[in-house]
Design a protein around this ligand. Structure first.
Ligand code: EPU
Length: 336
């Protein structure tokens, strides 16, 4: 079914809970309805609004937002070692992870409790605790309004990188992701080397899928604010990737600064949370917005804030990190 809403209040449709409006918003229950939506409403301007978990509205939107509400999970193929499953874009990401864990399928468990829907997962290649969506994505299905075509892109053509993909680059604003196919392993593939995951897994009885999922959920709940209670969009900033020489110079000055080698050691990923924390901004509040007190990467809406207020704080945080460390931190959240 196709549902059209006009002059829509978006406050319940974005995890920052900011109350901008969209001129039109349309929800669809089946991917096959997309050609009809474009033929019927002929939007001059459109964007996908999925779960609204990685977006900050700073103004009203004059175009049409499109929200996938298709929710099927269908097994595509299966052998002794692995299973491929097609998951509709509108399925809650964590419902999909729970589905895998209940069936003994490995690969998604470290990504437990990431807020958002399946269709958004390949866009920023969601990741946590040493795993990324790209590790299990096989294919991405999409609709191209400009040519009225459906297409399937294999994972190797998605240009996945750290919080990056072709959907943030050449395909940005051109496609609507309708479903994602994931390949999951039936053999155990524990990946518990990151941070506290091993300790929390052992504390729950050892390496088993259910224990890893429970450990990840517990760690996330202890550090990250619940979007149902406090407006936020998870990590507001990306971890910056800089030349190894820059990282080493900083490390000499700040020996406890975390650095992670990337690109064969030519580059280093720094922890934006640590940089913000050491700039003295962790827990900082200004009016209705603030920097989360347990995780400096997260900006929060204490209640009633506008997107512009959040952006003003974000610019202040970026300036502080630039002044103290000479490092630029970019936003991970989409600003609209
Ligand atoms: N740190 C601090 N102070 C802080 C936050 C972090 O000193 O306020 C330090 C930590 O002690 C650690 C380092 O910075 O040494 C890295 O912190 P953490 O392991 O918590 O991970 P992160 O780099 O801050 C990333 C993702 C998170 C994901 C975690 C766990 C990004 C931008 N964020 O955070 O993703 O959950 O790793 O894997 O890559 C999200 O994308 O919304 C998100 C929450």
């Amino acid at each position: 079914m196709i549902r059209l809403f006009e002059n829509v209040d978006l406050s319940t449709r974005n995890s920052f809970h900011v109350s901008q409006r969209a001129c039109r918003l349309v929800e669809f229950d089946k991917a096959e309805e997309l050609p009809e939506i474009f033929a019927r409403y002929r939007p001059k301007e459109w964007k996908v609004l999925s779960g609204g978990n990685n977006i900050l509205f700073t103004k009203d939107y004059a175009g049409m937002l499109i929200t996938p509400c298709n929710r099927d999970i269908v097994v595509v193929s299966e052998d002794d070692a692995a299973l491929t499953v097609k998951v509709d874009a509108g399925v809650e990401w964590d419902d999909f992870v729970a589905w895998c864990v209940e069936r003994g399928l490995w690969g998604a468990e470290n990504l437990s409790l990431i807020p958002g829907k399946v269709g958004a997962a390949p866009v920023q290649n969601i990741g946590a605790y040493g795993a990324e969506a790209k590790d299990i994505v096989a294919n991405v299905e999409m609709y191209f309004p400009e040519s009225d075509n459906f297409a399937t892109l294999a994972a190797e053509h998605c240009a996945f990188g750290y919080r990056d993909s072709v959907f943030k680059r050449t395909l940005k604003g051109r496609v609507i992701i309708t479903a994602v196919e994931f390949r999951l392993s039936k053999q155990p593939h524990p990946n518990i080397g990151y941070g506290d995951v091993m300790r929390e897994t052992e504390a729950r009885g050892g390496v088993a899928l259910r224990n890893i999922r429970d450990a990840v959920c517990a760690i996330r709940r202890s550090k990250l604010p619940d979007t149902a209670v406090t407006g936020n969009a998870g990590s507001f900033f990306k971890n910056p990737i800089v030349d190894m020489a820059v990282a080493e110079r900083l490390k000499a000055q700040y020996p406890d600064m975390p650095i992670y080698a990337v690109d064969g050691g030519r580059m280093a990923k720094l922890a934006a949370g640590w940089l913000i924390d050491r700039s003295g901004m962790k827990g900082y509040s200004e009016g209705r917005v603030g920097v989360h007190e347990r995780q400096a990467l997260v900006l929060i809406n204490h209640g009633g804030a506008t997107g512009e207020e959040v952006m003003a704080l974000a610019r202040k945080v970026q300036a502080r990190v630039r002044e103290k460390f000479g490092i630029e931190i970019d936003t991970e959240v989409n600003i609209l």
